[in-house]
Design a protein around this ligand. Structure first.
Ligand code: XLS
Ligand code: NI
Ligand code: NI
Length: 437
């Protein structure tokens, strides 16, 4: 096959003093941090939908991206060729994983059978390219939102036939993910939400959403797929309210429908901020529930109120993200998945390299900084000491559940007033973080 990136060779680590834009300054894949290589900690993944299907179109104009390898047709052969290009890109970049929707990799057919056949034809190429390069599938998913049949949602559609179509698509997508040895499978809400409550039976829609997930859990067991299932929170866009609005809402939904043992969360930075939270907050909520699975690494724009899916370059963001991830035991099945796209103005193929190199370097730095903060220990010690009253005497008694309002009243009546508080030291802690950035 003719190279799609003839002027670009394998991206190498050249260290922080390098001025080569096509080299890593911080991501040294084999470097050991906290007992593991950066490659194994970060598990970087390239997303097929933005990187190989993104055109740069926006609501005000068509695509601008120059992709010389793509003939622009919706043919299976163009899709197969694109798959080979994707692997050339990932190989040169040194990304160990990728992720896709069924409809990113293969063209939609007129019937479900045609869709299945198209997908199979491209999966063949993906499989052989995985074998050739050693690049693995982080997760697969089904696109249950682009086709007009999903106008009212997929699992939450008012049309039972649409639920059936979605179920069939999920079944097939899980099968191909399994065939490709995928480490996981993601459910993102697509159009599972509403634009107005005037036409919505919310209870029925939520019941149906849970029903589809249960069917998927059953099927996964049936075919012996061992990958991790994820649910990806997002509060709005495309609908005004997405049911999986944030980590807490997802956890509540999963608990209510007995799904929590079967799904973890895939937390996306831009979705966190759209929900009015920080990434750090969402990671804490997921982590505390034992449900932190994977991350969609990107960032929003502070001045634009939608999912701009930009590549993450803020060292503060990556540091706080890695602090939370390390605190909860690191990424195991999940990864740092760049659900991010180059700007419409960045239309050349080389921009795809700049974007991913920058994101990988930002995360490698965040990882090393987080590890240094943890090794230093002052931050952790401060938090531990802040809660010291819970580790002895009265605190232990309250925690053990062996007390009552009456007893606590008697204790305080005798004492007269609570012990004095100590300072929260926010500024001190912010300065401490800056010592490492
Ligand atoms: C959209 C989501 C989507 C999921 C995969 O906002 O981030 O890209 O990650 O369906
Ligand atoms: Ni995402
Ligand atoms: Ni998103």
């Amino acid at each position: 096959m003719k190279s799609a990136f003839p002027d670009i060779s394998k991206i190498k680590f050249e260290g922080p003093t390098s001025r080569n834009p096509l080299a890593f300054k911080h991501y040294n894949a084999g470097e050991i941090v906290e007992g593991k290589t950066l490659r194994d900690h970060l598990r970087f993944a390239v997303v097929y939908w933005h990187t190989f299907r993104g055109t740069g179109s926006d609501p005000f104009g068509p695509g601008t991206a120059i992709r010389p390898w793509d003939d622009g047709s919706n043919s299976v052969s163009n899709s197969q060729n694109r798959a080979r290009v994707a692997f050339e890109f990932m190989e040169k970049l040194g990304a160990p994983f990728y992720a896709f929707h069924d409809r990113d990799v293969a063209p939609e057919g007129k019937t479900l059978r045609e869709c299945h056949n198209n997908l199979d034809a491209v999966v063949k190429v993906l499989k052989s390219e995985q074998k050739r390069t050693g690049i693995k599938l982080l997760w697969g998913t089904a696109n249950l939102f682009s086709n007009p049949r999903y106008v009212h949602g997929a699992a939450t559609s008012c049309n039972a036939d649409v639920f059936a179509y979605a179920a069939a698509q999920v079944k097939k997508a899980i099968e191909v993910t399994h065939e490709l040895g995928g480490a996981g499978y993601t459910f993102w809400g697509g159009r599972e939400g509403y634009s107005t409550l005037l036409n919505i039976d919310m209870k029925r829609e939520l019941d149906n959403l849970a029903r589809l997930l249960h069917l998927a859990v059953d099927y996964k067991k049936q075919i012996g797929f061992k990958g991790q299932f994820y649910i990806e929170p997002k509060p709005k866009e495309p609908t005004r309210h997405q049911y999986d609005s944030d980590a807490a809402a997802c956890l509540n939904f999963l608990r209510e429908y007995d799904l929590l043992p079967h799904l973890k969360l895939n937390i996306e930075t831009n979705h966190a901020t759209l929900a009015g939270h920080t990434m750090q907050h969402e990671l804490e909520v997921a982590g505390a529930a034992g449900a932190l699975g994977s991350i969609d690494a990107n960032t929003g724009d502070e001045l634009i109120g939608w999912d701009t899916d930009q590549f993450p370059t803020s060292i503060y963001l990556t540091t706080y993200t890695m602090l939370a991830i390390l605190k909860y035991g690191g990424l195991t099945t999940g990864g740092v998945n760049f659900d991010a796209k180059v700007r419409r103005e960045s239309f050349e193929p080389v921009d795809l390299f700049h974007a991913h190199i920058g994101g990988m370097d930002a995360f490698a730095r965040g990882m090393k900084i987080a590890a240094a903060i943890r090794k230093d220990g002052r931050l952790e010690k401060f938090v531990r000491q802040r809660y010291a009253s819970w580790d002895s005497g009265l605190g232990v008694k309250i925690k053990s559940g062996k007390t009552s309002l009456k007893e606590l009243e008697a204790y305080m009546l005798k004492k007269g007033n609570a012990d004095a508080n100590t300072s929260g030291r926010q500024e001190f802690l912010e300065n401490l973080i800056n010592e490492f950035i």
